[in-house]
Design a protein around this ligand. Structure first.
Ligand SMILES: Nc1ncnc2c1ncn2[C@@H]1O[C@H](COP(=O)(O)OP(=O)(O)OP(=O)(O)O)[C@@H](O)[C@H]1O
Ligand SMILES: [Mg+2]
Length: 267
């Protein structure tokens, strides 16, 4: 058995609120991803998915539990993951090249070197010729690719993508999914993708994890045995439909619990 690239061990998070109250968000999340594996995570809105990513990326501390990369505990460290947060906005006053090089510059790389490194990826990301454009000049899909470029240029082999295509129309989304599959298979990234879109999860992932309502824990972890490269036509096959049904049934159960929690009396 190959050592997992990343592993979460019994991760838990309780936020302390005002007046001595607390909110138990992540209960006991454990899962791992093998090197080069694509894992999709779905779960009801508000269950704790982004909180889990923030912990992995070292932006939040867990109440208990550990994050491991290549078998080593890295809890609280920030340099192991290329993280694209849920709302990864481009700065409107910066050009696309300046936006995409920013992360490297913040890490101390010289401006010229950072920009050259980002510029090298523009063709792969379908952005050639838009280096000096501003975000408002780009389509929604192009902006998402620019945000992904900014994430990927950090040269880390684990990607954490929090709903990268959430704001796109379904056709653009489909194109972006097939494009992401292409760049993922050309690089040897291990990827964890949070999505609300069950089809996106099945289409892209080797495994899909369903998280429970808050406080969240792993409710289901299934392997997607579809051949690669995935093609859009697979969406209509019986095998795809079976995966979809299993995931929808579990997710609906958890979403109903989550809705009940969101009543005004719930903390
Ligand atoms: N800093 C914080 N302090 C207190 N509560 C927080 C904090 N951050 C998140 N929460 C709470 O944790 C819960 C989970 O939030 P989180 O953003 O992780 O959910 P999510 O699963 O990513 O939701 P969505 O699918 O809507 O993006 C929510 O109830 C949220 O209010
Ligand atoms: Mg979220």
């Amino acid at each position: 058995m190959v050592e997992p690239k990343i592993e979460l061990r019994n991760l838990a998070k309780t936020f302390q609120l005002a007046q001595g109250q607390s909110r138990h968000v992540v209960d006991n999340v454990s899962f791992s991803a093998q090197p080069g594996e694509f894992v999709a995570v779905i779960g009801p809105s508000g269950c704790g998915k982004s909180t889990m990513f923030n912990i992995m990326a070292g932006l939040e501390t867990p109440t208990s539990g550990e994050v491991l990369v290549d078998g080593k505990v890295v809890t609280g460290e920030s340099e192991h993951f290329a993280y694209m947060p849920q709302k990864d906005l481009l700065f409107p006053w910066r050009t696309i090249l300046e936006n995409t090089a920013l992360g490297l510059e913040v890490r101390g790389m010289k401006k010229k070197e950072a920009r050259a490194k980002a510029a090298d990826l523009f063709a792969t990301f379908g952005l050639a010729g838009f280096e000096n454009a501003h975000p408002f000049e780009l389509s929604g899909g192009m902006r998402q690719r620019a945000a992904l470029l900014r994430t990927v240029v950090q040269s880390r082999d684990v990607l954490l993508l929090d709903e990268p295509f959430g704001a796109l129309d379904s056709l653009t989304r489909l194109e972006m999914q097939s494009w992401l599959q292409g760049v993922w298979s050309e690089n040897s990234w291990t990827a964890v993708l949070i999505t609300h879109d069950i089809r996106e999860a099945i289409y892209l992932a080797d495994r899909v994890i369903v998280l429970s309502a808050r406080p969240t824990t792993v409710r289901l972890d299934i392997k997607i045995d579809l051949p690669r490269p995935r093609e859009v036509g697979m969406i209509t096959t019986p095998q795809f439909a079976d995966y979809e049904k299993e995931l929808i049934d579990t997710l609906h159960e958890e979403s109903r619990k989550a809705m009940a929690q969101q009543m005004p009396t719930a903390v």
